[in-house]
Design a protein around this ligand. Structure first.
Ligand code: AMP
Length: 546
């Protein structure tokens, strides 16, 4: 033997123990479900995670069993992340905004044994309870409370569980391939599918995710994941914050612009993460002048396309850099981040604006390619569009409970996104394959049209969908939300596209609504819009006014 290095499994318990040992007094700040701000620190989070892990066995939970959570981003949820996974069980974060029947499906499919539930969601769980086939215990995140206790028979209280727990609990030495957490896709077509993350994939994702060309989190940062802890593990931020010993701000249930703006100022947040719709709210709040967000230097934005006009607005008006990122539940989620290379330093600003619009490039650990209908790789010339495929250390192989891998015969995961890649590895997402508008044999990507609409000062948000057309099969139609006080009409909005795209790509019609329908993870529900507006060009329109 030539000699070798220590073989130590990559485990989530190692992340929290590192935070306890070297960053024990660093703040974890949590906006509580009952209101008010709780201040604690990494040492206490670690102690509570150990206490929780020590009690799970007594509740009849065995290694590998799924423990569901229905909770906001808060301190107890963070402890569950580490306690459940570190203890050898699987932390299954559930999206409370799913339709009740979908939640029942997901809980039964995952065979969750325990549910950890924030008080807010107890009425929901009480409703679902008769249909839950495997759940043995429901634990409310809080102290004993008679009023809450009356809401569901047999409820347990998280704080009592911890009091009975053992803070000297020794974390099990697991195999690093052990399942650590589970998150279901939103399942816009068919049933949601479960993606199982491992200790190894989570730690590798954290090691890369904290780097300067990724999320860039240091011990000196105060990080606020606004992205929910049920949306792909809050993009891995809880683990990365522990690994780096960063200050962590968990914003709880108040996710409106004014509440976030105030929290950023009072807690001096330096970095936040979330979907574009959240930052639209923050932008409006900052423009109102009630907060400055002067401490916040960077925001990572992903989950759906970031309108370029928002990048300019945050930078020019508030000095905040918006970094566009792409990922999915199946990719843990970091797939690409829009960070520059040294050759881009000093680039002229028009070129830079163009580059920053896209979703960025992959960090070490993931590979990307685009392919045609025959699954053959296409040119990386920044122009050619194809199906985006990905593979790497934290990319799904096999969905929960499935026998066969979810991969192409040559080992890539097909994302269902249509994209281009350039020679430098920069990705531009054009559309979801199912949302592409097919007009007269040509494809029209909705994202670019949406970006143009949103850049109009009279428009707050917009979605472009395919409407059926007798001659062209499909034509684009824009559905938009006006900015407050805007007097823009449909003709004005359509004229705004002149000269910005080839004439044949211009939407055929424009409609105004008070709000766009969005999913629990902040994505516009285009299927719903297609149901309402899909026939407006066929002479058989549904009830909608242009
Ligand atoms: P989810 O698994 O719910 O996070 O959804 C993943 C999907 O969201 C991706 O396949 C993309 O279609 C979309 N998505 C995520 N980030 C972006 C982005 N930055 N730009 C455009 N689409 C995005």
């Amino acid at each position: 033997m030539l000699g070798q290095m220590i073989k130590k499994p990559l485990l989530i318990s190692g992340l929290i123990e590192h935070a306890v040992r070297f960053h024990g007094d660093t703040d974890v700040i949590s906006v509580e479900t009952t209101g008010g701000i709780e201040r604690t620190h990494w040492e206490k989070i670690g102690i509570n995670a150990r206490r929780l892990a020590s009690t799970l066995g007594k509740l009849g939970v065995e290694p590998g069993d799924r423990c569901g959570t229905i909770a906001w981003n808060n301190r107890r949820h963070l402890e569950i992340y580490f306690g459940v996974s570190g203890g050898g069980m699987v932390c299954h974060t559930l999206n409370p905004r799913l339709a009740p029947e979908t939640l029942v499906y997901v809980i039964n499919h995952a065979k969750d044994k325990i549910l950890f539930v924030d008080r807010t969601f107890l009425p929901l769980v009480a409703n679902l309870a008769p249909k839950l086939e495997t759940v043995r215990r429901v634990v409310v995140l809080g102290p004993r409370d008679a009023e809450v206790g009356a809401m569901l028979e047999g409820l347990m209280f998280y704080d009592e569980l911890l009091e009975a727990g053992d803070e000297a609990f020794k974390w099990p030495e697991l195999d690093e391939m052990t399942a650590s957490s589970l998150c279901y896709t939103s399942g816009t077509t068919g049933h949601p599918k479960g993606v199982v993350y491992s200790h190894r994939s989570t730690v590798l994702h954290s090691l890369v995710g904290c780097g300067p060309d990724a999320i860039n989190i240091a011990a000196r940062d105060t990080v606020m994941p606004v992205v929910p802890m049920f949306h792909v593990n809050a993009w891995g931020v809880p683990y990365i914050a522990a690994m780096q010993g960063a200050r962590l701000v968990l914003p709880g249930p108040q996710l409106d612009g004014p509440s976030l703006a105030q929290l950023i100022d009072t807690e001096q947040v330096t970095l936040a993460l979330g979907v574009p719709t959240i930052w639209m709210g923050l932008l409006a709040a900052l423009r109102d002048g009630s907060a400055t967000a002067a401490s916040m230097k960077r925001t990572i934005v992903g989950g759906s396309a970031l309108p370029p006009s928002m990048i300019a607005a945050f930078q020019d008006e508030f000095g905040i850099e918006l970094i566009h990122a792409w990922g999915m539940t199946e990719t843990s989620p970091l797939g690409t981040l829009n960070q520059l290379k040294s050759k881009h330093v000093g680039m002229d600003s028009a070129q830079l604006v163009e580059l920053r619009k896209g979703q960025g490039r992959p960090p070490y650990g993931v590979e990307l390619r685009i392919v045609g209908e025959d699954n053959m790789p296409l040119a990386n010339d920044g122009l050619t569009q194809g199906r985006l495929q990905i593979r790497g250390h934290w990319i799904v192989d096999t969905y929960f409970g499935m026998d066969a891998p979810a991969l192409t015969p040559d080992g890539w995961f097909d994302t269902g996104d249509i994209a281009s890649l350039d020679a430098e590895g920069y990705l531009v997402i054009k559309d979801r394959a199912k949302d592409v508008i097919k007009s007269g044999g040509e494809w029209i990507a909705s994202v670019e049209l949406e970006n143009i609409a949103i850049a109009h000062p009279g428009i707050a948000n917009a979605a472009v969908i395919a409407a059926q057309h007798e001659k062209w099969d499909e034509r684009p139609v824009v559905v938009a939300v006006k900015s407050p006080g805007s007097e823009l009409d449909a003709a004005g909005l359509l004229a705004w596209f002149d000269g910005k795209v080839p004439a044949w790509q211009k939407p055929d019609a424009a409609f105004f609504v008070d709000a766009l329908p969005v999913s629990g993870t902040g994505k516009v529900l285009k299927k719903e819009l297609r149901e309402i507006y899909g026939a407006v060009l066929t002479g058989n329109p549904a009830s909608c006014e242009a």
